[in-house]
Design a protein around this ligand. Structure first.
Ligand code: SF4
Length: 485
């Protein structure tokens, strides 16, 4: 059986300059300055299938800058038995069209959709296009292997969470379960999944080549009202620290990786973190690579940050969703505003590089509230507590409590999924569209203070620093264009 894991080329209204940030991205965006995230769960799927003896082709038409015609030619030439595609709300309509076209062009490949949108609304995609299967939940790597074995008649039972057609009727195997042991996962076959496509163009890396791993799925907090990945992973599991460390060893030795981004929604804390850090130090990996992760405020103490810095951590990504306590409470962030400043202060004191992700456009936030968030970001940059920042417009993705709340309260402007692509607010808010874009740009501009520029220039130690600063500057200019009025 020949299987393709594919990201067909996509475009926004035919604009070829915009690149979709689709995979493993909790917030979809079209970028002017492309950044490519290693799609870790699809990469596990490819590896598991290959290890089970299937012929697997990895085709990332987005990162490989293919045209749609080239994608169709590729499918016609390879004539695979099955194609799996990851989708997300703003591009699901494009995927429906692609699947229908594949079905008319060549009836052989079975098509499979995965991702948070189809997990929230599987029936919709089964009805709107001719897709054969939908794998719901975030363990679709395990589910795809199970599906292939059933198609090959190696086993008879489909796992829970799979949608399919039988005698022209839409059927499913019930609610997905996340009970697979992540320690049974193989190490990702980085050659099969073309690791170099994702090793350079990514703003999270200071040194390249860089790569991604995932120590867990997906976030031990998992309750933020807007977070689309809680749809995929309602519970949290981790790999053992030892298992993750063994993978890091291979990445250093075999691929000469210099920086690793762990993309677990929130990196494990407590004993797990301690064991991991001590392992990094004991194995000497802290001298060979820099390690990056996502973290929550209000969890770690100074001693944890100090240990992380000693273990080789560099970049810590936090969500500063708002500087307004009422908003943090309303989105179930479980965070107090002062913990934000305290968190980045401690991380910075340890020598780490805190990165903030911020959001504008909550349906209940006024201009004044949004300005307070910009003020806090500015203040943190002024104090030198933060290195970089990313700003987004709040989008309520189907499957999230925020979507349900807005739908119930008639606060959704549209159910046209194409418009959920962060080019405009899709929730009614007290702010005008121009305000939302202006404030999002304002957040990007907030860190361009004389003090920040001075600190950046005086922090240059080597050539890697210069390249990183130039890349970051290009990326900020790109983001300012992303949110142009
Ligand atoms: S802490 Fe981050 S990853 Fe976890 S639920 Fe909230 S937004 Fe999602």
């Amino acid at each position: 059986m020949k299987i393709v894991i594919a990201y067909p080329p996509l475009s926004r209204k035919g604009d070829k300059k915009l690149v979709p940030l689709l995979s493993q991205n909790r917030q979809f965006q079209w970028f002017h300055s492309p950044t490519y995230i290693y799609p870790i769960v699809p990469a596990y799927a490819a590896t598991m299938l290959k290890n089970a003896g299937y012929e697997v082709i990895w085709y990332d038409g987005i990162a490989e800058k293919k045209t749609y015609k080239e994608f169709l030619n590729f499918v016609a030439e390879e004539n695979p038995d099955l194609i799996m595609m990851e989708t997300k709300t703003p591009v699901v309509k494009q995927h429906w069209k692609i699947i229908n076209e594949l079905k008319t062009q060549n009836s052989k490949p079975k098509t499979v959709l995965v991702g948070d949108h189809v997990t929230a609304l599987p029936e919709e995609s089964m009805e709107k296009c001719k897709v054969d299967f939908i794998l719901t939940g975030g363990d679709y790597d395990f589910l795809l292997l199970n599906l292939c074995k059933v198609l090959e008649k190696l086993t008879t039972e489909l796992e829970p969470g799979i949608w399919y057609r039988h005698n022209d009727k839409i059927k499913n195997t019930g609610k997905f379960r996340l009970d697979h042991d992540l320690n049974t996962l193989p190490f990702i076959d980085r050659d099969l999944t073309k690791w170099q496509l994702y090793a350079y163009k990514n703003g999270n890396y200071k040194r390249t080549p860089g790569t991604y791993i995932m120590a867990g799925r997906d976030c031990w907090w998992g309750k933020c009202k807007f977070c689309s990945w809680t749809t995929l992973y309602p519970n949290f599991r981790t790999r053992k620290p030892e298992h993750v460390l063994d993978e890091i060893g291979i990445l250093i030795e075999k691929y000469h990786i210099k920086e690793i981004m762990d993309d677990t929604g929130t990196f494990p804390a407590g004993e797990w973190l301690k064991e991991f850090c001590e392992g990094m130090i004991a194995r000497g990996y802290n001298k060979k690579i820099r390690f990056n992760c996502n973290m929550r405020f209000g969890t770690l103490k100074q001693k944890d940050y100090d240990l992380m810095a000693k273990a080789g951590f560099r970049f810590i990504l936090y969500g500063l969703e708002s500087a307004r306590q009422e908003t943090l409470d309303r989105i179930h962030k479980n965070l107090k505003v002062p913990e934000i400043t305290e968190g980045v202060r401690m991380a910075k004191q340890a020598g780490l590089h805190p990165h903030l992700t911020t959001m504008i456009g909550y349906p209940w936030e006024t201009k004044e509230n949004a300005l307070r968030t910009i003020q806090l970001a500015k203040e943190l940059f002024r104090k030198g507590y933060v290195n970089t920042l990313q700003a987004t417009i709040v989008i309520p993705y189907p499957g999230t409590p925020l979507f349900d709340e807005c739908k119930k309260g008639n606060q959704l402007r549209t159910l046209d999924w194409n418009r959920y692509d962060m080019q405009e607010p899709v929730m009614e808010t007290p702010l005008t569209d121009a305000d939302v874009k202006q404030f999002t740009q304002g957040l990007y501009k907030s860190f361009i203070t004389p003090g920040f520029i001075f600190r950046t220039i005086t922090s240059i130690r080597d050539f890697d620093d210069i390249i990183f600063i130039l890349r970051a500057a290009k990326s900020v200019l790109g983001h300012l264009t992303d949110f142009r009025k």
